[in-house]
Design a protein. Structure first.
Length: 148
Protein backbone atom coordinates (compact mmCIF):
# COMPACT_ATOMS: atom_id res chain seq x y z
CA UNK A 1 0.00 0.00 0.00
CA UNK A 2 2.68 2.52 0.98
CA UNK A 3 4.71 1.75 -2.13
CA UNK A 4 1.85 2.72 -4.45
CA UNK A 5 1.37 5.98 -2.52
CA UNK A 6 5.06 6.80 -2.93
CA UNK A 7 4.86 6.17 -6.67
CA UNK A 8 1.82 8.44 -6.98
CA UNK A 9 3.52 11.24 -5.04
CA UNK A 10 6.71 10.93 -7.11
CA UNK A 11 4.73 10.89 -10.35
CA UNK A 12 2.89 14.09 -9.44
CA UNK A 13 5.94 16.04 -8.25
CA UNK A 14 6.36 19.02 -10.61
CA UNK A 15 9.44 18.87 -12.80
CA UNK A 16 11.96 21.67 -12.91
CA UNK A 17 11.07 24.17 -15.62
CA UNK A 18 13.06 23.50 -18.78
CA UNK A 19 11.32 25.68 -21.34
CA UNK A 20 12.93 28.82 -19.96
CA UNK A 21 16.54 27.62 -19.79
CA UNK A 22 18.53 30.63 -20.91
CA UNK A 23 15.66 33.04 -20.23
CA UNK A 24 17.70 34.47 -17.35
CA UNK A 25 19.83 36.26 -19.93
CA UNK A 26 16.89 38.58 -20.62
CA UNK A 27 17.06 39.92 -17.06
CA UNK A 28 20.27 41.87 -17.74
CA UNK A 29 20.79 43.87 -20.95
CA UNK A 30 23.94 42.57 -22.68
CA UNK A 31 25.48 46.05 -22.73
CA UNK A 32 24.67 46.91 -19.11
CA UNK A 33 27.59 48.46 -17.22
CA UNK A 34 26.42 46.82 -13.96
CA UNK A 35 23.45 45.06 -12.42
CA UNK A 36 21.09 46.30 -9.77
CA UNK A 37 20.23 44.51 -6.55
CA UNK A 38 16.81 43.78 -8.06
CA UNK A 39 18.46 42.07 -11.06
CA UNK A 40 20.73 40.11 -8.71
CA UNK A 41 17.66 38.88 -6.82
CA UNK A 42 15.82 38.02 -10.07
CA UNK A 43 18.81 35.98 -11.25
CA UNK A 44 18.99 34.22 -7.89
CA UNK A 45 15.26 33.45 -8.06
CA UNK A 46 15.78 31.94 -11.51
CA UNK A 47 18.73 29.89 -10.23
CA UNK A 48 16.81 28.61 -7.21
CA UNK A 49 13.91 27.58 -9.44
CA UNK A 50 16.32 25.45 -11.49
CA UNK A 51 18.59 24.03 -8.80
CA UNK A 52 18.86 22.94 -5.23
CA UNK A 53 16.85 24.64 -2.50
CA UNK A 54 19.05 27.06 -0.59
CA UNK A 55 16.76 29.43 1.36
CA UNK A 56 19.58 31.34 3.04
CA UNK A 57 20.85 32.62 -0.30
CA UNK A 58 17.74 34.74 -0.79
CA UNK A 59 18.09 36.14 2.72
CA UNK A 60 21.67 37.17 1.97
CA UNK A 61 20.68 38.68 -1.39
CA UNK A 62 17.96 40.80 0.17
CA UNK A 63 20.42 42.08 2.78
CA UNK A 64 22.92 43.27 0.14
CA UNK A 65 23.48 46.99 -0.26
CA UNK A 66 22.37 48.38 -3.64
CA UNK A 67 25.58 50.39 -4.06
CA UNK A 68 27.72 47.33 -3.26
CA UNK A 69 25.95 45.22 -5.92
CA UNK A 70 26.46 48.00 -8.46
CA UNK A 71 30.13 48.47 -7.57
CA UNK A 72 31.00 44.77 -7.54
CA UNK A 73 29.09 44.00 -10.74
CA UNK A 74 30.61 47.01 -12.51
CA UNK A 75 34.12 45.75 -11.61
CA UNK A 76 33.30 42.16 -12.54
CA UNK A 77 31.82 43.23 -15.90
CA UNK A 78 34.95 45.30 -16.63
CA UNK A 79 37.10 42.24 -15.88
CA UNK A 80 34.94 40.21 -18.28
CA UNK A 81 35.43 42.83 -20.96
CA UNK A 82 39.21 42.50 -20.42
CA UNK A 83 39.06 38.72 -20.82
CA UNK A 84 39.87 38.14 -17.14
CA UNK A 85 37.06 35.68 -16.59
CA UNK A 86 38.29 33.93 -13.46
CA UNK A 87 39.07 37.27 -11.83
CA UNK A 88 35.58 38.47 -12.75
CA UNK A 89 33.99 35.46 -11.08
CA UNK A 90 36.14 35.86 -7.97
CA UNK A 91 35.20 39.55 -7.82
CA UNK A 92 31.48 38.81 -8.05
CA UNK A 93 31.81 36.11 -5.38
CA UNK A 94 32.70 38.82 -2.85
CA UNK A 95 28.98 39.52 -2.50
CA UNK A 96 27.68 37.65 0.55
CA UNK A 97 25.89 34.45 -0.36
CA UNK A 98 27.37 34.34 -3.85
CA UNK A 99 29.22 31.22 -4.91
CA UNK A 100 30.60 30.05 -8.21
CA UNK A 101 27.23 28.98 -9.56
CA UNK A 102 25.50 32.32 -8.99
CA UNK A 103 28.54 34.35 -10.04
CA UNK A 104 28.79 32.35 -13.28
CA UNK A 105 25.06 32.80 -13.90
CA UNK A 106 25.31 36.57 -13.49
CA UNK A 107 28.45 36.91 -15.59
CA UNK A 108 27.14 34.65 -18.34
CA UNK A 109 24.65 37.44 -19.04
CA UNK A 110 27.67 39.56 -19.96
CA UNK A 111 29.72 37.08 -22.01
CA UNK A 112 29.30 33.66 -23.54
CA UNK A 113 32.88 32.89 -22.47
CA UNK A 114 31.63 32.20 -18.93
CA UNK A 115 29.24 29.26 -18.80
CA UNK A 116 26.58 28.97 -16.13
CA UNK A 117 27.82 26.37 -13.63
CA UNK A 118 24.57 24.42 -13.76
CA UNK A 119 23.82 20.95 -12.46
CA UNK A 120 23.40 19.88 -16.09
CA UNK A 121 26.86 21.10 -17.11
CA UNK A 122 28.46 19.57 -14.02
CA UNK A 123 26.66 16.32 -14.79
CA UNK A 124 28.26 16.14 -18.21
CA UNK A 125 31.69 16.88 -16.74
CA UNK A 126 31.32 14.54 -13.75
CA UNK A 127 28.89 11.79 -14.81
CA UNK A 128 29.98 9.48 -11.99
CA UNK A 129 29.14 12.06 -9.29
CA UNK A 130 25.44 11.12 -9.36
CA UNK A 131 24.40 14.75 -8.92
CA UNK A 132 26.57 15.31 -5.86
CA UNK A 133 28.71 18.28 -6.76
CA UNK A 134 30.91 20.48 -4.60
CA UNK A 135 30.38 23.76 -6.50
CA UNK A 136 33.98 24.66 -5.71
CA UNK A 137 36.74 26.39 -7.65
CA UNK A 138 38.03 23.14 -9.16
CA UNK A 139 34.59 22.29 -10.55
CA UNK A 140 34.06 25.84 -11.77
CA UNK A 141 37.41 25.80 -13.60
CA UNK A 142 36.33 22.59 -15.34
CA UNK A 143 33.16 24.40 -16.47
CA UNK A 144 35.12 27.46 -17.56
CA UNK A 145 37.52 25.32 -19.58
CA UNK A 146 34.60 23.95 -21.62
CA UNK A 147 34.21 27.44 -23.13
CA UNK A 148 37.87 28.33 -23.69
Amino acid sequence: MFQSQIIIIMATKPAKPTSDIGSYKRIVPRDAAFITKHMHIQLLEWKLAHGKRRPMLMKYAKELDEAQVEEVSRSAFALCDSGKYMEAVEKYRTLKGTGYALASLVLSTRTDRIPFMSDELLGTLYPDANGKFKYNKKEFLACLNTNQ
